[in-house]
Design a protein around this ligand. Structure first.
Ligand code: ATP
Ligand code: MG
Ligand code: FE
Length: 345
C-alpha cells in the first residue's frame, strides 16, 4: 500500500508519500523558522496561519512529484496530536477532506509515535523491542517500544524538554531559533569544562530528566560576563549529555530484553548525542539506530510510516468515519504512565 502522510503539529508543514517497504516516494517539508525567529520561539497563531497557507497546495505538489493522484493512495495518515492545537486542526481538517473526497481511510497518528517508529523507516532491520530516547522540542522520554502501539514509558522530564533546553540556551546566547543546531555548531569551538554547570538528577534514584536548573545556570553564567559564548555552549551541551547518558544507562538497567538502543526526535540530529549513545549501545552489546538527520526533526514521512505500521499491525479500523476523529493537544503514548509531578506528558 501507499500512504499519504500529513504533519502540522508544530512549525513544520509537511506532506509525504511512503510505501510499505519504507520507500519515500515523495516528500516536502516547509519550515516556518523565519516566521518565528524574530520571537525566539514558535508563536501558535502564526504557525496555524502558515500551515493553512501552504498545506493544501503542498499535498498537490507531493502527488504531482510522484506522478500520482489521490486515487493511487491507499490511506491518509495525519498527525492528530499532541502539539499546537491550531496547527493540528489544520492538518487534520485537510486530511478529513481528502479522505471524504477520495473514500480512502484516515489514520489518526500520534506525533510521538511518528518519532518513535521513524528509526524503523530508516532501518528496516530494526526489530522490537527497543529502548528509545525520544528527545525533541516538546518531549524528553525514555520508552520501551515493544510493538506498534505498545509503549512503556520509563522516564520523562519533570520540567523542560531537551530540545527546549537547547533552544533556551540559544536564546540566552543570542544564537536565534531553532537553537539546537546553532548551539551544537558553537559548542565545537568551546571548552566543555570551562563553565561549571549542574547535572540535574544525575545519579538520582528516580528515572526522570530535569533541565530547568541547567538553563538557569546557563543564564547566570552568561550574565556574569565571565565566559565566552562558545565555552557556555560547549559546557551546556556537555552537561546535558552527561544527564542524558546517566538517565539512559539507568533505563537500560531496568528495561526488559531490548535488542537495540535507539534515539529519535529533533535532538537526535545532534552528533554528540548520537556518538555517546552509540558508544553506550556498544558497551552493552546492543544494536544502535538513529534516523538520518532529515527524519529526526518534524517531517511527514514518519507520519506516513506510522500509518503503514498501523495498517500492517491491523490497527486501522475499516469503514471508520473520518469525521469522528478529533485533534488531541495532549496525547500520551503510554496512557498508563503516571503524570509526573504534574508535568503532563
Ligand atoms: P515534539 O516532537 O515534542 O512535539 P517538536 O516537534 O517541536 O516537538 P522536533 O521537530 O522533533 O520537535 O525537534 C525540534 C527540536 O530539536 C528543537 O528543540 C531543536 O532545537 C532540536 N534540535 C534540532 N537539531 C538539533 C541539534 N543538532 N542539536 C540539538 N538539538 C537539536
Ligand atoms: Mg520545528
Ligand atoms: Fe516532533
Amino acid at each position: 500500500p501507499l500512504v499519504l502522510g500529513i504533519e502540522s503539529s508544530c512549525d513544520e508543514t509537511a506532506a509525504a508519500l511512503v510505501r510499505a517497504d519504507g520507500a519515500i516516494v515523495a516528500q516536502i517539508i516547509a519550515s516556518q523558522d523565519e516566521h518565528h525567529a524574530p520571537f525566539g520561539g514558535v508563536v501558535p497563531e502564526i504557525a496555524a496561519r502558515a500551515h493553512v497557507e501552504v498545506l493544501a497546495p503542498m499535498v498537490g505538489r507531493v502527488l504531482a512529484d510522484a506522478g500520482m493522484t489521490l486515487a493511487d493512495v491507499d490511506a491518509i495518515a495525519a498527525t492528530a496530536g499532541p502539539g499546537l492545537i491550531g496547527g493540528v486542526m489544520v492538518g487534520l481538517v485537510t486530511a478529513k477532506a481528502l479522505s471524504l473526497a477520495s473514500g480512502k481511510p484516515l489514520i489518526a497518528v500520534n506525533h510521538l509515535e511518528g518519532h518513535a517508529l521513524s528509526p524503523r523507516l530508516a532501518d528496516r532491520e530494526l526489530e522490537f523491542p527497543y529502548l528509545l530516547l525520544l528527545a525533541s522540542g516538546g518531549h524528553c522520554q525514555i520508552l520501551e517500544v515493544r510493538g506498534v502501539g505498545e509503549y512503556r514509558r520509563l522516564a520523562t522530564t519533570i520540567d523542560d524538554a531537551l530540545g527546549e533546553a537547547f533552544d533556551k540556551t540559544a536564546k540566552i546566547l543570542g544564537l536565534g531559533y531553532p537553537g539546537g543546531p546553532a548551539v551544537e555548531r558553537l559548542a565545537k569551538e568551546g571548552d566543555p569544562d570551562a563553565v561549571p554547570l549542574p547535572r540535574p538528577l544525575k545519579g538520582s534514584a528516580e528515572p526522570h530528566f530535569s533541565f530547568a536548573g541547567l538553563k538557569s545556570a546557563v543564564m547566570r553564567a552568561h550574565d556574569s560576563g565571565q565566559y565566552a559564548a562558545a565555552d557556555i555552549a560547549a559546557s551546556f551541551q556537555q552537561a546535558a549529555m552527561d544527564c542524558v547518558i546517566d538517565r539512559t544507562a539507568g533505563a537500560l538497567a531496568v528495561a526488559n530484553d531490548v535488542k537495540a538502543l535507539v534515539v529519535a526526535g529533533g535532538v537526535a540530529a545532534n552528533q554528540r548525542l548520537r556518538g555517546a549513545l552509540e558508544d553506550m549501545a556498544q558497551r552493552h552489546g546492543l544494536a544502535f539506530a538513529a534516523p538520518p538527520m532529515k527524519l529526526c526533526t518534524d517531517n511527514a514521512a514518519m507520519i506516513a510510516w506510522a500509518g503503514q505500521e498501523r495498517l500492517a499491525a491491523g490497527l486501522v479500523e475499516e469503514g471508520g468515519d473520518p469525521l469522528s476523529i478529533s485533534a488531541r493537544p495532549r496525547w500520551p503514548l503510554d496512557p498508563d504512565a503516571e503524570a509526573v509531578r504534574g508535568a503532563g506528558v
